[in-house]
Design a protein around this ligand. Structure first.
Ligand SMILES: N[C@@H](CCC(=O)N[C@@H](CS)C(=O)NCC(=O)O)C(=O)O
Length: 220
């Protein structure tokens, strides 16, 4: 008798174009966890479909389920994926490196997403695709915040191979999809070029197979 294929017990509800969904996919890929990708579109005129609000009451993606255990909020999903499955550890053991990882992820959530993805990428790239003009005031207001994010991430990176040490951690997975959006803008590339070590890290991350596998056509 042939051994049966391992059943897929993980479902990720999200959108390929979403940076947060992409972070969760990167973690699943890195851990080697097979998963079902259930595409949910949240930016349509009515927002998230009603059934999605039962999974994510704020109407955002991603949402996650493993063997009947439902979870939302990307940082929580990433930690769960790392701890629930075998595969390479994605969190440092050392207390201070772990704190830095949490700090880097929080900087991404609190400043890089709003100012980098929405304040610059959406204004410059997404709006241009729709034939709309960028809101220059919004871009100008976001630039110093995004520059500060780059400086903080470059500082955390130091001369290590990855953001929080010599191995890949959740911080790398959280930051890379947002920086991929910024890499599509002149402003983002200029800010990255101001931090040569961060730029080198980004070049490695951008070419990493899981990043290539999760390209959505809207990013690198
Ligand atoms: N705090 C949430 C943020 C997720 C989030 O903002 N996702 C975006 C897509 S990248 C979204 O669903 N936006 C829909 C909306 O704002 O209506 C998390 O960590 O999962």
């Amino acid at each position: 008798m042939k051994p049966s294929a391992k059943p897929v017990s993980v479902t990720l509800f999200g959108a390929a174009y979403s940076v947060y969904t992409r972070s969760a996919r990167l973690a699943l890929i890195e851990k080697g966890v097979p998963y079902r990708f259930d595409e949910v579109h949240v930016f349509g005129p009515g927002g998230a479909p009603t059934e999605h609000l039962a999974r994510q009451p704020f109407g955002k993606v991603p949402a996650f389920e493993h063997d009947g255990f439902a979870l939302f909020e990307t940082a929580a999903i990433l930690r769960y994926v790392d701890e629930a499955f075998s595969g390479p550890a994605l969190q440092p053991v050392d207390t201070r490196s772990r704190a830095r990882m949490t700090q880097a992820m929080s900087v991404c959530d609190s400043y890089l997403y709003g100012h980098g993805v929405w304040g610059i990428f959406v204004e410059r790239v997404a709006k241009a695709k729709r034939g709309e003009a960028a809101d220059e005031q919004k871009v100008a207001a976001s630039l110093p915040k995004v520059a500060a994010c780059h400086a903080v991430l470059a500082d955390i990176l130091g001369d290590q191979d990855h953001l929080c040490g010599d191995a890949l951690t959740l911080a790398d997975l959280h930051a890379a999809p947002m920086l991929a959006c910024l890499a599509m803008t002149d402003e983002g590339r200029a800010m990255m070029a101001a931090h040569p070590r961060l730029e080198k890290w980004w070049q490695r991350m951008g070419a990493w197979p899981a990043m290539v596998q999760t390209r959505a056509g809207t990013d690198v």
